[in-house]
Every structure is written in C-alpha cells, then in structure tokens.
Design a protein around this ligand. Structure first.
Ligand SMILES: Cc1cc2nc3c(=O)[nH]c(=O)nc-3n(C[C@H](O)[C@H](O)[C@H](O)COP(=O)(O)OP(=O)(O)OC[C@H]3O[C@@H](n4cnc5c(N)ncnc54)[C@H](O)[C@@H]3O)c2cc1C
Length: 413
C-alpha cells in the first residue's frame, strides 16, 4: 500500500492539513462526522499573519480576502463607555510581517479551504463518524459508526476537543498518559453574530472590561462577532457547546456600552447566531502513539482571548507535513518506529511554542477582567511579544513560495 494519511475531522485544522499535505505531494483522505462541511457555527475567527502567509503560499489568499476583513486596531473601554485606549496595532501587521490579521466566519473559511482540495469527492468524506482505530505493524484501520472501514498508513486526529482519536490512542498507550479530559475551564463563554450597526467600524475591534468579565466585538466586512468571557470557578466538567443562551446569562451585559451609540443589547437583539460553552484550556502531555498523532484542539486548547488556537493548529499542520515529507522523500514505506520518531520530533518542535501562546492568552484574559479595571500595561506587554513569536512560525518547506510578501521583520522559516 502506498503511504496514505487518514485525517479525522474536517474543522479548520483538518482542512488546512489536507491542503498542506496535498501541496507537499503526500496522499491523504479526510473523514468528517457531520453530514456537511462547512458548519454553521456561531462565531467568527481571527487569522494571524502566520496563517495568512501560508494561505498565500497555498494559493488561497485571494479567496480568503473576498470573505474576510483586515483588522486595523482595538478600542478598550469601561462598561460606562469611558474610553481607556485606542490603537491601530493590527494595521501594522502588513509592514511588520507582510501579511494582515483578518477576521472571517468559520463557514467562509471552510469554503476557502475546501476550494483548494483537488478531487474532493475522492478525498473528503462526510457523514463518517470515527468509532475505532486499529493499529497494525505496517498500517492502520479506521472504523466508522455506519459500519464501514478504511485503511491507511497513519491517522491524524484533528477531531477537536472531545477527540475520539485521543480516546482510541489511550487503549494502546500506558495507563494515565492520555486522560479522559485533559482540559479545564476558568471562563464561561457566550458568542454570537450580529449585523454591523452604525457606529461600529469594520476592522476596529472593541473590548469592554468589567470586573470578572470581558466583552469583545470584532466587526468584519458584513457582521459583528460578539464574545463574552465570564470568570467561573475552575472546572474540568465537560460543558459542550450549546446553541441555547439563557436570558439570565446575558442580562447583566444588556446596557454595557460598546460605543457612544451602541449597547450590547442593541447588537444582541439583532443576532442571527448564538452559542455558549466553557472556554477550556490545556495542552495534552503526549501528542502521539504508534501510528496515530493528534493536532489542533484534540491536543491543545488556548483561551480564545488572543484568537490564536486554530492558527497554532494550522501552524502545527505545516510542521507535521514538513517532517512527514522529509521522511517520505527517501523512504516511501516507513516503519512504525520511523513514523513515531517523526511524531515525536513534531511534538518537541511545537510544545514550547504552544505553551507560550497558551500562557500569553490566559494572562492577557486575566489582565483584561481585573477588579480595578484592565491592566492595560500587562496586556501591552503581551502584545509586544507577539511579532517575535509570529516571525518564528513555520510554512510549508516543500511548497514553492517565490512571491512571499516583503516584511520588516524577517521570517525565521
Ligand atoms: C468562541 C471561540 C472563538 C474562537 N476564536 C478563535 C480565533 O479567533 N482564532 C483562532 O485561531 N482560534 C479561535 N478559537 C479556537 C478555534 O475555534 C479552535 O482552535 C479550532 O476550531 C480548532 O480546530 P480543529 O479543526 O482542531 O477542531 P474543530 O474545529 O473542533 O473541528 C473538529 C472536527 O472534527 C469532527 N469530528 C469530531 N469527532 C469526530 C469523529 N469521531 N469522527 C469524525 N469527525 C469528527 C467535528 O465534527 C469537527 O468538524 C475560538 C474558539 C472559540 C470557542
């Protein structure tokens, strides 16, 4: 059997990995449990220059531009409307990195990523809920709830926070290495999508800072993405996404001023999508076992405050793809041990950076909801670290990239 990667999960990270493998000449197939991709999820997504650069490399940046809006800056204020600060830092991203920070919605992102797939009917299979992974010395078999199965060389679990692949790994690995729930939450989240109202400017993010809570509004070209973070007692109870947001959960925010003319309820009352979930955080101790590896939310959860979790997952996809491509170049049928070594190198290369993003994002959030008003200097210190971390991000090493945009801060890779 020729080397074939089985990707489980058609979220942003699984779809991005599919594009990266394809561009790097590695055969793959992707299985998604939902009946369709994309989803109609209730929240937007930030893409940072490390990802917009790779979208350029993959030939997808023009399509992304059509469905996203570049971020320009942030306004910070108190619930009464008192302005604390205003900046244009996001717009500096072009000059610093050659690429923008953009905001889009997940459905549009999925469409862009799907548009990059050659012969999607052969490679993307929906309605396939993974139930079992069986590893053998030279291959893996994945089994689905509909009774079908498929064989490949390795499995990459991009199946999100409650990963079935992670559960399956635990039957092969020593006891205790893969926990049932490796994450915990200290914040509850509410999110929604509402129209653009007068006084809300596309690309200009808004943060309103309360005692133990934060509201974010990120206006894209056609809508406003709303997020509430509310501090809760730390828990590792599983509280999955729910589209039902109880009125009492948002009542206290109704009259919070987002701008001079717009309150939270002005937007919320016109929402066309909503949801609530706990914001889990954590990094799994072990990212792989045997011929199976994990990626994206299946292995790391970062507070959404910084808007980087999916970006980190996508960068991980580049790192993993590069290492697989190097292995396969002279060795088209690697042994389990050789594959394991690649997975181990993938984890080693990324886990320090992932933990840094996770700590920065959490510190940023804790600073934003401080009792005596936000610690803007601390948040500024986090922001100051970001360009250097971004500039160390990976791209696809085996994919030509002659027309990379010029940047003031050189990319390390
Ligand atoms: C409110 C909020 C805002 C956020 N904002 C940002 C942001 O601005 N920027 C950012 O980078 N990140 C953001 N994040 C984080 C981001 O959403 C996640 O990091 C990202 O969705 C992870 O992508 P993924 O593909 O790993 O997992 P998921 O998006 O969870 O996708 C997993 C996929 O696997 C499928 N699946 C699950 N189980 C199975 C199975 N057994 N068989 C087959 N398929 C299966 C699922 O149906 C799903 O399609 C935010 C998160 C939240 C909650």
């Amino acid at each position: 059997m020729a080397f074939k990667v089985i990707i489980i999960g058609g979220g942003p990270v699984g779809l991005f990995l599919a594009n990266g493998l394809q561009a790097s000449g590695i055969d793959y197939v992707l299985f998604e449990k939902r009946s369709t991709i994309p989803p109609s999820t209730a929240f937007g997504i930030f893409l940072w220059p490390q990802v917009t650069r790779m979208m350029h490399q993959l030939g997808l940046l023009d399509s992304l531009r059509k469905v996203s809006h570049p971020m320009t800056g942030m306004i910070h204020s108190m619930p009464t409307g008192e302005l604390l600060s205003s900046d244009t830092n996001f717009s500096k991203s072009y000059k610093t990195h050659g690429y923008p920070v953009v905001v889009t919605d997940r459905g549009s992102l999925a469409q862009v990523l799907l548009s990059g797939i050659d012969k999607p009917e052969e490679r993307i299979h929906t309605g396939k809920q993974l139930t079992n992974v069986i590893t053998r010395p030279d291959r893996v078999t994945v089994e689905f709830a509909d009774g079908t199965s498929f064989e490949g060389s390795i499995v990459i679990g991009a199946d999100g926070i409650w990963s079935t692949v992670r559960n399956q790994i635990s039957q092969y690995a020593p006891d205790g290495l893969f926990l049932d729930n490796p994450y915990q939450a200290s914040y509850q989240g509410v999110f929604g999508r509402a129209p653009l109202l007068e006084g809300i400017t596309s690309g200009q993010g808004i943060e309103v800072h309360g005692d133990g809570w934060l509201i974010q509004a990120f206006p894209s070209q056609k809508e406003t993405h709303l997020f509430i973070y509310k501090s809760i007692k730390t828990t590792n109870e599983r509280v999955p996404f729910s589209p039902n947001v109880p009125e009492e959960l948002i009542a206290e925010f109704a009259n919070v001023r987002l701008t001079d003319n717009v309150t939270f309820k002005d937007l919320w009352n016109q929402r066309f999508a909503q949801g609530t979930a706990n914001f889990e955080e954590g990094v799994v101790e072990m990212w792989h076992w045997d011929r199976i590896a994990l990626i994206g939310d299946a292995v790391l959860k970062i507070s959404p405050k910084q808007g980087v979790a999916a970006n980190v997952g996508m960068e991980s996809a580049a790192c993993l793809t590069n290492k697989l491509a190097a292995l396969l170049q002279n060795n088209p049928k690697p042994t389990t041990q050789e594959v394991s070594k690649v997975f181990s190198a993938y984890q080693c290369e990324l886990e320090g950076k992932v933990s840094t993003w996770q700590r920065l994002s959490r510190f940023n959030l804790d600073s934003a909801v401080s009792k005596n008003g936000p610690r803007l200097e601390a948040m500024g210190a986090v922001a100051a670290r970001v360009p250097a971390i971004v500039s160390r991000s990976f791209k696809f090493e085996r994919v030509p990239f002659a027309d990379q945009n010029a940047a003031d801060m050189p990319w390390v890779h």
